[in-house]
Design a protein around this ligand. Structure first.
Ligand SMILES: Nc1ncnc2c1ncn2[C@@H]1O[C@H](COP(=O)(O)OP(=O)(O)OP(=O)(O)O)[C@@H](O)[C@H]1O
Length: 279
């Protein structure tokens, strides 16, 4: 039976990669354990190369699980499915399709591009601020606009789980800040309260704190859980929240956790959620 507080269950999860060249197996995640609730927006941070993308691709069903549980709505994830959408760093739009045709793509593939589907696409075009660009081609768009199309395309099929892998890291600093605000706004309008859940991977700790309800800190690879940090900042959040003392306090705490994982030889044992964060 589904438990909305345990929509996503990650239990003693091990994931790795086989090297075809050497025939050897290398673990990328080793004993990850945490839950994600319905309607939650979680961000994952950790040292470079620790296994964040590997974890996200396992959620997408693209990388097989070696052992442990990885369950969505009580069912083990065994492969890709339309209930999950993945947004990558590069927008990867079809260059020969217009903005609208790109957003429609998933719905069309699922044979859901009926009147309701078309209305959904029109709604998303408005929501992500692309009105007037419907008939443009990707080559005519800025990086920020392309990522808006990418996000709208991922949302169009109403996925249960939205997976985002550093979607703003290729953008300039100013556009990145704008896109963070856009995403919280879109999430508020489209995701929150509809049962959707988001998992966002980033290197950028302030970005994680700004966007997420909880930030999950991975150890250096192979990744295990270091700490789950609750972000108790009120919503809706505007850019001003980044100047608040609480935002700074949470960011500093997470940053120190990540930095401690960059020290060779260190393997932090699991903490209780939020144990080390003062209130
Ligand atoms: N397809 C693959 N085949 C073999 N090894 C891989 C593959 N993909 C990733 N790895 C290895 O798995 C480990 C985790 O990589 P992953 O990309 O998941 O880390 P990450 O935390 O997302 O990295 P970054 O922060 O740099 O984006 C690394 O040691 C990486 O070299």
């Amino acid at each position: 039976m589904n438990n909305p507080r345990r929509k996503l269950v990650v239990d003693d999860l091990r994931i790795g990669h086989w090297s075809r060249r050497s025939g050897s197996f290398a673990l990328a995640c080793d004993g990850l354990t945490f839950d994600v609730a319905e309607n939650e927006f979680v961000a994952i941070v950790g040292p470079s190369g620790c296994g964040k993308t590997t974890f996200l691709t396992a959620l997408a069903g693209l990388t097989p699980v070696e052992s442990g549980r990885l369950e969505l709505n009580g069912e083990q994830i065994t492969g890709p499915a339309p209930d999950r959408s993945l947004v990558f760093q590069q927008a990867s739009l079809f260059p020969w399709r217009t903005v609208v045709a790109n957003i429609e793509f998933g719905l069309k593939a699922q044979r859901r591009l009926d009147a309701k589907g078309k209305a959904r696409v029109a709604e998303l075009v408005e929501l992500v601020g692309l009105a007037g660009k419907e008939e443009s081609y990707p080559r005519e768009l800025s990086g920020g606009m392309s990522q808006r199309v990418n996000l709208a395309r991922a949302l169009a099929t109403d996925p249960d789980l939205l997976l985002l892998d550093e979607p703003f890291s290729a953008l300039d600093a100013q556009t990145r800040e704008l896109m963070q605000e856009e995403l919280t706004r879109v999430w508020q309008a489209d995701g929150a309260g509809t049962g959707k859940t988001a998992v966002f991977v980033t290197h950028d700790v302030p970005e994680a704190v700004f966007l997420a309800d909880r930030v999950i800190v991975f150890s250096r690879g192979p990744a295990h859980l270091v700490e789950v940090v609750e972000v108790d900042l009120p919503r809706p959040r505007g850019a001003g929240v980044k100047r608040s003392p609480r935002f700074q306090e949470i960011s500093d705490h997470i940053l120190s956790l990540v930095m401690s994982q960059n020290q060779p030889g260190r393997r932090t044992e699991d903490h209780d959620s939020n144990a080390a964060l003062s209130r």
